[in-house]
Design a protein around this ligand. Sequence first.
Ligand code: ADP
Ligand code: ASP
Ligand code: MG
Length: 401
Amino acid sequence: MSTVVQKYGGTSVSTIDKIKFIAKLLAKRKKAGDNLVVVVSAMGNTTDKLIELANNVSTNPSKRELDMLLSTGEQITSALLAMTLKDIGYDAIALTGFQAGIKTEDKHTRASILDIEINKVKNHLKEDKIVIVAGFQGIDKNGNITTLGRGGSDTTAVALAAKLNCPCEIYTDVEGIYGVDPKIYPNAKKLDYISYDEMLEMASLGAKVIETRAVELASKYKVPIYIALNTGSVSGTYIKELDESMEEKVITGLTTSDDDLMVTINNVLYDIKNICYIFNRLAEMDINIDMISQTAPIYGYVNISFTAPKDSKNLILKLVDELKAKMKDIEIDIQENITKISVVGLGMRTQSGVAAKLFKIFSDNNIQFKQVTTSEIRISYTINTKDKEKAVFKIAEEFNI
Ligand code: ADP
Ligand code: ASP
Ligand code: MG
């Protein structure tokens, strides 16, 4: 008998009919002889609705209580799915993160999993039960319920698979992983497989099809992941270590993210102490900055730009006031209508000319970019959001992704 962890996301369990449909799929798989651990998300947009409820009673909801509230979303789905399975004659048990032994850091709303007391799940499997685990949650050392951050049910599933030393299947509302989000570029091509490294870059750069930390864990513990449509009727995409026989594409995928804003500080007196001060303060304020650029000094002054998450805007405004008081000549500009567009591919390690091709596409289509950063297998640009669609279509067509 082999064991498998499956995960069903919010859209796959958004209605009672869908839960009944998933229960039938699970019954079929169980009958075929597999041990099943099933991780579920909250139904549809339940998590968003719960956040809205919290915002109705408080302008700054306590993070501990927010975790209490948000964790209920996945608990509802797990209980309903277990009840449905029992009703059609299959023994099942629904577990909260705590009951499944998932131990996390004591960091509310974005805790990392520290360990899983996996015997709890194993004992239920031994009793031949289908084990349904509420995703996205765990318990800290003080016994408080924690959640793992948005999209965290993927992480729950991969962590359980790592502990059970078995594969992980993630079922969602698209047929697999595409070169580009098919909702943005309908001609996108579905991939048969993708390496952990490429998927990690794509997830962290905005491809929300799987949560970044889930890919990190899978890569670390070599958990094979299969992502497919929730009907199980068409073949999906494997995320795994590539062996030498597999083709390394120059560009495997393209991602976009509108989550960042760009801050430019003009007229900074060119002294490393000033630059050091700015970035130290950003670090002290826990502002997660990404792309950084600096102009060459002109008459002893430089301009510095960086991107940071839009939700850190209030902190940035606070820092702006602080900097203005300290550095009299500076002028600060914050642009919110920017998009980070990135291309990712293992083949970039060995093939040159990708940046040149991208510059040509931008030039031919009159797309101005503001910043560029590269890693061994990725190139990212910040562009104006108004140019996003044009840039996606032109790059996807050129690289056939
Ligand atoms: P779930 O609720 O199942 O966790 P998500 O909404 O988190 O589903 O993730 C699935 C969505 O990810 C798809 O509907 C798709 O729009 C989006 N997505 C983004 N990038 C990609 C990509 N490269 N390939 C496939 N889907 C993608
Ligand atoms: N329900 C949570 C969310 O919406 C976790 C998840 O779906 O993975 O972010
Ligand atoms: Mg998701």
